[in-house]
Design a protein around this ligand. Structure first.
Ligand SMILES: [Zn+2]
Length: 1219
């Protein structure tokens, strides 16, 4: 060490005695110190005396600018005289005891800890070592250690670690020395490598010699030992050692003892320390086993239950619940296989594709459909929760900095850093000849409107009017249905021919319902009902267009009557034919209407021939028509061949006028739900475990003993697979996987009947997959009551209390978890009480919007057409399931057939919109509905918008997914929004043809001005956009910006900026314009890069609600979603004005907006948007519980927002919800 110079600060009196002494000490440093030990002792002893007696001298030594500490440390290093060393150590002890962290900080920064460690080592070599010296050294290290992050590493490297361990072993009975040694060990053990080394040296066992039953003595010692032990048990080797030595029952016994005796809760920290040891030891499989064998579940359950009333003991309850969840034996999902109940054989199997993998089938399987899958030979529900610990040892690599690096990189990991992938890509450019076939979808660009007869056009092109059932809603030929004579390039032909093949497999004889569609025969003879039942004769009446549905054969003769009967016949009766409802209405009407519905359905036999009154919603829901809906359902083809119609889709939904606030989160809900789950294990006899609904049993038996709810989900978009009554008023529900898949569960839509009034029922959806949900942040489920509907309130309302979402004890096999073992499913739980007897209620994840609903809306859209509106509906292609994918063209008719007007039309920029590629994101469809209705509206803005643009809209990119109740995929078992880079026409026809339309436009130099794909977001609030910017991506990554051409038009920000000013639900702060690697095959990125659309967006709407703007604190409803769709149009109009200098001159007020935008640009230039992670919810007290994994070392990597390794990333690609 260089010799420090004792500086005398200005302001400090030069005659300060302590400073003079320090100067003297400084002069002695070096040889003099060694030569004159007496002098050194004297001087240090005088300094010590001064420092012990005068606070002012302590201040002088430690004052800023003073080099006192350097002098003291240099002396400590230089002297070999024990008494001098001790004097200096006493001085340091005095100096560092007061003055808080700053003084210790100075000490550490001057290298003090290193000097101390060196002294520890040399002191240990003395024979005999000086106990006093070692005591003083450890006291000081204990004091300064926590301030030096590197202390543990330094101690290990210089050998001081083992000195302390030896000292400890030799002094177990010497409390005076024991405590400082333990305190130092506590600091050392925080380092994972040290923890392993300490374990090897027998410190785990040593700690158990100190830890003992309740005693008021030596509690500090006990606390420090527990901290040390807790830190060491994080190492798997140490945990295993503790288990092998039988310490787990000891920990439990000691915990119970403290729990019993510490009645005044004075020793919370000791109790918490014991739990922390248990928590860490149960990270390993053997630890969990030992815990369960030692009756740990019951011990912690009972102690926690006793702690619950005392709020201050919450940390104990929370840690206990964490341990119990971890040790809760993992269960299999109660299913024969996790593969979807339904399978759809694909016309073409890509060898490495998900379906081939799932079913191990050779490519090119036969074109037939199969509804029920044979039980699989592979057990894919297997519980592998404990298989992930083959190597239960620790690695001894120094991992000191790992955490920091991980934290630093995690957020930026997914940002695209390959500049080549941020540059436009037009290859492989398809030959124009191949694209020419898409010309027919752009008739407006070539149409000369000569001799144009609007009326003819209308009937010729439009589909079904409500009154005209003989027409299909969409009649333009599809690409496949082109006349064969038409010359099409060979390659396109082959594609299309395959498409044709795909869309017309030879199915087994279709159900009668289908045959109505196929033959367009409205007068199908009765008696051909698919499943003959007492109510089956009614089917024909469905076909009748009328305001009422007559009822002939009511439900089964027995039972409580009313809807109960209806539901009993549910198997065979479409709900809308349910006798009970009609009966209910009949009695309601008999009672004079308007009365409460409590007495519904009591009359029984009198109900025959009663009439079901459909709520008259025509005024409120201009696009809704129940009869038309039924017609649409008939032409919708589903894999399970649904023959029923859900009431909500039939009656329609009128958005409620009352506010639906985001729920305030109640503390402790999650905990109490978990405790109820744990009770299943503690009190197994209380559990009914009664299957009340099961699609895996082909007959799907329905119990009707009056003791259980009745479930149904066999209608469009429904996806309940199984319901198990767990307790009298509690049900476990299992969702079906996406078809041809073994996972993606989140969306749900099911029907419940047979309920009791006023009793809260608890529902647990037990196979959810995302690691967090807005259900934890105020979102409620949606419920639809048929009784309410027929009383004039047909609507979905936000429902449910005690809602939460947490990791459960059902094991997720690695087959469904992207190869990862040891993962669990999550539970969505909610409770609700029903207010009507004999009701039929529906629950959904979000406002349902079926494919048949879309077809109905599109048909009704025709009715909004005026002579000024150009509306054309084409079929873009057929889906794998044989459903037409509609394509809409909306613009204004030319003012006349003059060249000028025709040219004006043809020159309008295009806006390309799409939606609902993800079936579970129903909100996207409601936004699209808002857009479509606005575009067809009569407002001057709508008029102006149509004159400004040609709109090309694919309102549902994934009809099959929607129909079959999928959450994420199409029938190919793939996420279609990951197929845009190279869609396969046979597997992803809607994406292939939509992309082709865009490629065609690019080829004719008409790439759209704006492309936007509507989505829903399950984990964020508000509505927002994702766009693409090279600049902002580069800013967010570590790429050297100078290496990249950063000239970029900021125009991509204009539209979201306008939206943030005009649309109340929209939040600019949530937008991001970063290009992520995991999104390179999404519509947004591909259309931006390959088609060259600068304004290419994903618009995400929350499933939950807003935390800003006019709707702050409210859950989102269909009204707000539809408004968003309309506001999107308004924003396009502003965009038009802003991008057109001519317009600007005529509307100077627009300059304000422009100015605002320019301001934004300036701001952006200095601070681009932050890279938006998927979750932006605040931390919550109970948060710790979400990550309770059986293996805490593996953080719960949510693949959606934290793609840290390739495995996780590949899973992210499969099941990301973002775009
Ligand atoms: Zn999406």
């Amino acid at each position: 060490m260089n010799k420090p110079k004792m500086a005398t600060e200005k302001g400090v009196p030069s005659n300060s005695r302590v400073l003079m002494l320090l100067s003297q000490l400084e002069r002695m440093n070096g040889d003099a110190m060694l030569a004159d030990a007496d002098m050194a002792r004297q001087v240090t002893s005088k300094i010590l005396h001064l420092i012990q007696t005068q606070e002012k001298t302590r201040k002088e030594v430690m004052s800023k600018g003073s080099s006192g500490m350097e002098v003291i440390l240099a002396s400590l290093e230089n002297t070999r005289d024990l008494q001098t060393i001790l004097n200096i150590l006493y001085i340091l002890n005095e100096l560092l005891t007061v003055g808080g962290g700053r003084r210790v900080g100075v000490f550490v920064s001057k290298g003090g800890t290193g000097v101390l460690l060196q002294l520890v080592l040399s002191a240990s070599k003395d024979t005999p070592p000086s106990e006093e010296l070692l005591l003083q050294l450890h006291s000081l290290l204990a004091k300064v250690g926590p301030k030096d992050r590197k202390l543990g590493v330094k101690a290990r490297l210089n050998g001081a670690l083992n000195v302390t361990v030896t000292l400890l072993k030799q002094n177990l009975q010497n409390n005076k020395l024991l405590l400082p040694c333990l305190q130092v060990l506590r600091v050392y053990s925080a380092n994972s490598v040290n923890a392993i080394s300490l374990g090897k040296n027998g410190v785990v066992d040593l700690m158990f010699k100190i830890i003992g039953p309740y005693s008021k003595k030596n509690t500090t010692l006990l606390k420090v030992s527990l901290d040390t032990l807790g830190a060491m048990l994080k190492s798997k080797t140490n945990a295993r050692r503790a288990v092998d030595r039988g310490h787990v029952p000891v920990l439990l016994a000691v915990y119970q003892d403290w729990h019993r005796n510490d009645t005044r809760h004075r020793h919370m920290l000791i109790r918490k320390g014991l739990l922390t040891c248990l928590k860490n030891v149960t990270n390993i499989k053997l630890g969990r086993k030992a815990f369960v064998e030692a009756d740990g579940m019951r011990v912690l359950y009972n102690t926690s239950t006793e702690c619950l009333p005392v709020r201050t003991l919450d940390p104990l309850v929370n840690t206990s619940s964490l341990i119990m969840r971890k040790c809760f034996p993992k269960n299999r999902l109660p299913l024969p296989t996790i593969k979807s109940v339904y399978q759809h054989l694909l016309p073409h199997l890509s060898a490495g594709g998900p379906v081939a993998q799932l079913y191990s089938q050779p490519p090119g399987g036969a074109c037939r459909k199969q509804v029920y899958v044979k039980p699989s030979r592979v057990d894919d529900v297997v519980d592998e929760s404990d298989d992930n610990e083959e190597a239960e040892g620790d690695t001894e690599n120094d991992t000191e900095n790992e955490e920091d690096e991980k934290d630093h990189n995690a957020a930026n990991d997914d940002i695209e850093t390959d500049l080549n992938k941020l540059r436009p890509r037009e290859n492989p450019r398809r030959p124009f000849d191949e694209l020419r076939v898409y010309e027919r979808f752009f008739l407006e660009l070539s149409e000369d409107f000569q001799g144009f007869n609007f009326e003819t056009q209308k009937t010729g092109l439009t589909g079904t009017q409500a009154s005209n059932k003989t027409q299909r809603p969409i009649i333009l030929p599809t690409a496949q249905a082109l006349p064969p004579k038409r010359p099409i390039p060979a390659r396109a032909e082959s594609h299309l021919a395959k498409g044709e093949h795909a869309s017309s497999p030879a199915p087994p004889p279709p159900l009668e319902l289908d045959s109505i569609l196929i033959s367009k025969d409205q007068d199908r003879p009765p008696g051909h009902a698919p499943r003959p039942t007492p109510g089956a004769g009614l089917e024909q009446e469905l076909a009748d267009k009328m305001e009422r549905v007559s009822l002939e054969g009511a439900g089964p003769p027995s039972g409580a009557g009313g809807l109960g009967e209806a539901a009993a016949g549910r198997q065979v009766q479409p709900p809308l034919l349910a006798g009970g409802v009609a009966g209910g209405v009949a009695s309601w009407r008999a009672a004079g209407g308007g009365v409460g519905v409590e007495g519904l359905g009591e009359e029984g036999p009198e109900e025959e021939g009663a009439v079901l009154e459909v709520p008259d919603t025509a005024l409120l829901l201009p696009l809704h028509d129940p009869d038309l809906y039924v017609e649409m359902v008939k032409s919708t083809s589903s894999v399970p061949r649904f023959s029923e119609v859900a009431y909500p889709d039939y009656f329609g939904h009128v958005a409620p006028t009352f506010r639906e606030p985001i729920l305030e989160r109640v503390y402790g809900v999650q905990r109490s739900k978990i405790f109820q789950d744990i009770e299943r294990m503690i009190h197994p006899n209380d559990i009914l475990d009664k299957v009340v609904y099961d699609l895996d049993v082909p007959s799907c038996p329905v119990l009707d003993d009056g003791e259980s709810l009745k479930f149904n989900s066999q209608f469009e978009s429904g996806n309940l697979r199984k319901a198990i009554q767990v307790r009298k008023f509690e049900y476990d529900l299992v969702l079906n996987s996406d078809i041809n898949s073994n996972h993606y569960h989140q969306w749900f839509y099911f029907e419940v009947s047979g309920m009791r009034v006023g009793t809260p029922y608890r529902f647990n959806i037990i196979n959810c997959e995302k690691s967090n949900s807005q259900f934890n942040y105020g979102m409620q489920v949606l419920m639809y009551s048929v009784q309410e509907a027929i009383s004039g309130r047909p609507r979905w309302v936000r429902t449910g209390t005690d809602i939460c979402y947490y990791k459960n004890h059902f094991s997720r096999s690695s087959l469904a978890a992207g190869g990862q073992k040891g993962r669990s499913y999550y539970t969505t739980t909610f409770s609700t009480a029903f207010s009507h007897r004999d009701d039929v209620c529906y629950f959904a994840y979000h406002y349902p919007y079926t494919y048949s609903t879309l077809k109905m809306h599109l048909a009704k859209l025709e009715a909004l057409r005026t002579p000024q509106i150009y509306l054309r509906q084409d079929v873009l292609c057929d889906t794998l399931g044989g459903n037409p994918c509609p394509l809409l063209t909306i613009t204004a008719m030319p003012e006349s057939t003059s060249n000028e007007h025709i040219c004006q039309l043809r020159n309008r920029p295009l806006v390309f919109l799409s939606s609902r590629v993800h079936p579970g994101e129903t909100n996207a469809s409601w936004v699209m509905k808002g857009t479509l209705e606005f575009l067809m509206g009569t407002s001057p803005q709508a008029h102006s918008l149509r004159e400004s643009y040609i709109f090309k809209i694919v309102p549902m990119l994934n009809p099959d997914g929607v129909i079959n109740g999928n959450h994420r995929c199409s029938l190919s078992g793939e996420d279609l929004n990951r197929q845009w880079q190279s869609p396969v026409p046979d597997l992803h026809p809607t994406i292939y043809h939509t992309k082709s339309l865009l490629q065609y436009l690019a080829a004719i130099q008409r790439a759209p001005l704006v492309f936007c794909d509507y989505h829903g977001h399950s984990r964020k609030k508000n509505v927002f956009m994702y766009g693409c910017s090279v600049k902002e991506t580069v800013w967010q990554s570590n790429i050297n910006a100078t290496s990249c051409d950063l000239h970029e038009d900021m125009g991509y920000r204009t539209l979201p900026k306008i939206l943030s000013q005009t649309a109340p639900a929209f939040s600019m702060a949530s937008c991001s314009f970063v290009v992520e690697r995991s999104k390179e095959a999404t519509a947004r990125v591909v259309v931006w890069r390959e088609i060259g659309v600068q304004r290419s967006y994903t618009m995400e709407s929350t499933l939950c609600g807003c935390d800003q703007g006019k709707y702050k604190g409210l859950q989102i409803g269909t009204r707000e979603l539809e408004e968003m769709g309309a506001q999107f149009c308004v924003a396009l109009l502003r965009l038009k004005r802003l991008t057109s200098p001519l317009e600007l001159r005529h509307h100077p007020h627009l300059l304000d907006v422009e100015g605002d935008l320019i301001e934004t640009r300036v701001k952006v230039a200095s601070s681009p948007t932050t890279y938006v992670l998927e979750e932006d919810e605040p931390a919550f007290l109970e948060e710790v519980d979400y990550s309770a994994e059986s293996n805490d070392e593996d953080p719960d990597n949510d693949p959606d927002n934290d793609p840290q390794d390739s495995l996780v990333r590949s899973e992210a690609n499969q099941r990301d919800s973002l775009t």
